[in-house]
Write a protein that binds this ligand. Sequence first.
Ligand code: 3NM
Length: 209
Amino acid sequence: MDNKQLAVYFIAGTPNCPKSIEQTLEEAIKGGITMFQFREKGKGALVGEAKKETALRLQLICREAGIPFIVNDDIELAIEIGADGVHIGQEDKAASIVRDKIKGGIVGVSVHTMEEFEEAIKDGADYVGTGPIYATVTKSDTRPVAGTSLIRRMKERYPEFPVVGIGGITLETAGAVMEAGADGVSIITAISMADDPAEAAAYLKKEMQ
Ligand code: 3NM
């Protein structure tokens, strides 16, 4: 994959969006996000057909905008609807198994140590996300706050491998994540809960350039 696709990587599910998730995504796209992940988790999250129908609508919005549509965790859904890729955590199936299933699609893996990072590379991941860089209220079962030092070490050892930071990143802190060497920022709240998601995304896009 092109590292630039990770620059402003917006993640959301319906519980993260005060407006409709479709409208939020369209506004974020207007602002210039470069990739989208559908992460339907938490209280009130859609399941079954409702989840699939929402995924299909969001996939269409991404396709028309020419940005990759990634599904979080749900490998079966990703394959069924022909998503551009999946993102998995350390708790999910081994990345090598997902790599085989998803064929030419994008496989992203969450990593928290240099060992997990090297394992993900070996398993055929296309990019990794690492965090939480800062404190976040969006995900409760995170590892301890890591800051940007791991990103720095990862990029020193594997300068070309695509790495994105995640967790509590705001418009104010995105620049520091990039300065540590990240190829982009993965963001939920700072875009989904913004009064103006387009403006927030546009600001981040400028920061990343
Ligand atoms: N994964 P926000 S932190 C989905 O540390 C997710 O692996 C994390 O949301 C990790 O931008 C996180 O609102 C939540 O902080 C990111």
